[in-house]
Design a protein around this ligand. Structure first.
Ligand code: HEM
Ligand SMILES: *[C@@H]1O[C@H](CO)[C@@H](O)[C@H](O)[C@H]1NC(C)=O
Ligand SMILES: *[C@@H]1O[C@H](CO)[C@@H](O)[C@H](O)[C@H]1NC(C)=O
Ligand SMILES: *[C@@H]1O[C@H](CO)[C@@H](O)[C@H](O)[C@H]1NC(C)=O
Length: 502
């Protein structure tokens, strides 16, 4: 039954392809599974099918981790021919985020696979790409001085996009389209190039390609990464198209000698070659988009249903606008545009609380690591990840734990206020921006863009209703999909009904 579900998930239209490749893979995996796990590795879970592993990992990830951990504590399973050790509990979480030998990039590359990469067919150099290059460049790009310089552009991008909503007579918007699109434009502005950030058509086209690449990633591609499933071909196709769009821009600048004041120019001036630049830009856009875009939209959805927090945020936004521009003949949105970077970063603490609890609910799935240590090292007792194997920590183990977060499935920013401080109850009690050795490098930018987008949305619009596509009110808070692999847009479309503030 569960296995049938997985086969369905694997795509019935390609059944033949799937069956043939599964048969091949089963053989390989069978040989592999015959090997026993090194001592100290938690035992293999029941229902660990050859090749596919446990079906629940693919069909309902959080339920699977939670039920299996309850039954067997830490446990191991297979994904293709890889061994994954699922760990949970306080001590394991701590080792997971702090261990020097557990590598995050390799973990996600093998087991997550939603990110676009430069297709090999187009770029034969990519194997040489040095991860340190990515971290160095993104750190330089996301420095404070660049935000000071870029603030006006971020504000003007946001206001232009919101003006589209002002002009739209329908007065309702799906924030997972509109707000998500604004986040994409701001991300493009901050880690990529002006040619696209200035061009609404190119923005929409390239965002569509990113989304197609993401949608084409599936269990199959993770289990058999080398097999040319249609999804893999789609990923290559759209990856290739993105590559060509950026390459054309780079070539054009080289040919005409034109310089821009933007992140791409920074990379070109550093002497990076086309292959390095493209790998960087695709990675940075992806890292910057999904969580930021999905959470910005969710916060607006939560606020639409919550007069208390909406009122509090609005008070803060209004106060900030009034503080930096005393001209009462102007609109709050106009006055807001005078606030300096420091104000944007420190004077909207309620938005931060709102975002914090949205991330807790929407950073779902699991964190991955690979043990890249070849030789035994002394680590604290407990679950051992064999050399080359993977570790998975389901984020719900802490974020949805009712002993830490009261009523965990409810969005409630007040849980972080000093009198409750639920996230401080235990060490690494909140993983929303990473912890230990891997902390989000984009947090400062992500918070800044959330603040700008939300503050201007409140400054332009009054909103207190969620509706469906026919304009019928939705009173129940739509739930987040706690079983998905990563932050996702809700399955059912939600619209926010708004009126333009006078
Ligand atoms: C609401 C928005 C965001 C959330 C919730 C978020 C969350 C996270 C988390 C939880 C991690 C650690 C993952 C792990 O340890 O396994 C992380 C890492 C990272 N994030 Fe973010 N992020 C956001 C926005 C951004 C943005 C806008 C950028 C860049 C433009 C970015 C760039 C990165 C990078 C480069 C890393 C890797 C750091 C490392 O491996 O050491 N993130 N993020
Ligand atoms: C680009 O730079 C990388 C790293 O320096 C190098 O490995 C690669 O061969 C270069 N590619 C081209 C086309 O020059
Ligand atoms: C990673 O593998 C090495 C070599 O087998 C082992 O000594 C080490 O304890 C492992 N690390 C973890 C965190 O399990
Ligand atoms: C997993 O292993 C860790 C480390 O030994 C231990 O503290 C934790 O309790 C285990 N988790 C479960 C659910 O048994």
């Amino acid at each position: 039954m569960a296995l049938a579900e997985v086969f369905q998930g694997l795509g019935t239209s390609q059944t033949l392809l799937t069956v043939v490749s599964l048969a091949l893979g089963v053989l390989a995996a069978y040989l592999y599974l015959g090997r026993s796990l090194p001592e100290g590795t938690p035992p293999l879970i029941k229902g660990d099918w050859p090749l596919i592993g446990p079906t629940g990992f693919w069909t309902r990830r959080w339920d699977f981790f939670r039920e299996a951990a309850k039954a067997s504590g830490n446990f191991s399973f297979h994904v293709g021919n890889r061994i994954v050790v699922a760990v949970s509990g306080d001590e394991a979480r701590r080792a997971f985020v702090e261990s020097r030998h557990l590598d995050a990039s390799a973990g996600y590359a093998a087991l997550f696979a939603g990110a676009p990469t430069v297709p090999k067919a187009v770029d034969t150099d990519q194997e040489d790409y040095n991860e340190q290059h990515f971290f160095r460049r993104i750190t330089a790009m996301l420095k404070k001085e660049n935000f000071v310089k870029g603030l006006d552009a971020l504000i003007s991008d946001t206001r232009t996009r919101l003006q589209d909503l002002v002009n739209d007579p329908k007065g309702m918007t799906d924030p997972f389209e509109s707000i998500y699109g604004i986040v994409y434009q701001l991300t493009m502005r901050t880690v990529a190039c002006n040619e696209i950030a200035n061009d609404r058509v190119l923005l929409d086209q390239t965002l569509d390609m990113f989304e197609k690449i993401e949608a084409a990633s599936s269990a199959k591609l993770i289990i058999l990464p080398w097999f040319p499933f249609p999804g893999k071909l789609r990923r290559l196709w759209y990856g290739g198209k993105l590559y060509m769009i950026f390459k054309k821009i780079i070539d054009d600048r080289a040919k005409t000698g034109r310089k821009e004041d933007d992140p791409l120019q920074f990379l070109i001036d550093k002497g990076d070659n086309v292959s390095e630049i493209l790998t960087f830009i695709l990675g940075a856009l992806y890292a910057g988009q999904l969580n930021s875009g999905v959470n910005a939209a969710w916060v607006i959805v939560y606020l639409a249903n919550d007069p208390y927090w909406r009122g509090k945020v609005w008070e803060e936004v209004k106060a900030m606008a009034e503080r930096y521009d005393s001209d009462t003949s102007k609109s709050i949105a106009e006055r807001l545009a005078s606030a300096p970077l420091e104000a944007w970063e420190t004077e909207l603490p309620t938005i931060d609380l709102c975002l914090r609890d949205s991330i807790r609910l929407n950073l779902v799935g699991s964190m991955f690591r690979q043990n890249q240590s070849k030789s035994p090292v002394k680590v604290s007792e407990g679950a051992e990840i064999p050399s080359g194997a993977f570790a998975a920590y389901p984020i719900g183990d802490v974020h949805l734990n009712p002993e830490i977060y009261a009523n965990p499935e409810k969005w409630d920013p007040s849980r972080y206020l000093p009198d409750r401080a639920e996230d401080q109850k235990i060490k690494f009690g909140y993983l929303g921006w990473g912890a230990g050795r891997h902390f989000c490098l984009g947090m400062r930018f992500a918070k800044l863009e959330q603040n700008i987008i939300l503050a201007f949305f409140l400054a332009y619009f009054d909103f207190d209703k969620l509706v469906d596509e026919n304009g019928k009110q939705i009173t129940e808070q739509p739930p987040s999909d706690l079983n998905s692999y990563s932050a996702v847009k809700p399955k059912q479309k939600i619209y926010v009904k708004y009126s333009v503030r006078g």
